[in-house]
Write a protein that binds this ligand. Structure first.
Ligand SMILES: [Mg+2]
Ligand SMILES: [Zn+2]
Length: 198
């Protein structure tokens, strides 16, 4: 497949918490559907991407499972309702990849490790170098960079705090290619669908 054809199969990876939905105001963990609050215009953003031919994958750390805050069944139920809401707004998610592990488990999937991105690329024949990964945390940006995907930071969720670590001259991210920053998923999506292809 030529590079143009690959680029036309545009793929977007989305972090979930802080990008699509708010981090829980209290615990930080969305344990159930009733805890999930969509960020303003995030459903519209997903719809815009879907209608413009982007394949969308969600890549999310859900250590609340490993920590015993909720079960995989609860997460599945939450995701089923979330997908329903996204479809109701004419959006489409190809698949949700999640890491259920505790940070101390030393797994290969928990971001900032790129395991979930590599898995998604393998499962779906995705060229990571042509893919954007939209997140609100350093772990998203690091995972994107480690996988060779293009990181985008949004200022929702932990985004403001993450952005400060870049502007403070903190060298932690020095090796990461210049970062695109948008106020939220909606403005990021508008840029993605309007940018020139070549
Ligand atoms: Mg997040
Ligand atoms: Zn994991």
């Amino acid at each position: 497949m030529g590079s143009l054809a690959r680029r036309l199969m545009k793929t977007i990876f989305l972090d979930r918490d802080g990008v699509i939905n708010e981090n829980h105001h209290n615990s930080g963990y969305v344990c159930n559907w009733s805890d999930l609050v969509f960020i303003n215009n995030s459903l519209e953003a997903i719809s815009i991407l879907s209608q413009n031919g982007f394949r969308i994958y969600i890549v999310t750390n859900q250590s609340g499972i490993g920590r015993g805050f909720f079960t995989e069944e609860q997460l599945s139920a939450t995701h089923a309702r979330m997908i329903e809401a996204i479809q109701g707004a004419d959006g489409h998610i190809e698949r949700i990849y999640y890491c259920p592990h505790h940070p101390d488990d030393g797994c290969e999937c928990r971001k900032p490790k790129p395991g979930m991105l590599h898995q998604a690329a393998k499962d779906n024949n995705v060229d990571l170098s042509e893919s954007h990964f939209i997140g609100d945390s350093s772990s998203d940006i690091k995972a994107a960079a480690a996988a060779g995907a293009i990181p985008i930071l949004v200022l929702t969720g932990h985004g403001q705090k993450t952005y400060k670590t870049y502007t403070k001259g903190d060298n932690t991210h020095a090796s990461i290619r210049p970062l695109k920053v948008f106020t939220n998923l909606y403005t990021a999506s508008q840029w993605l669908v309007n940018r020139p292809i070549c």
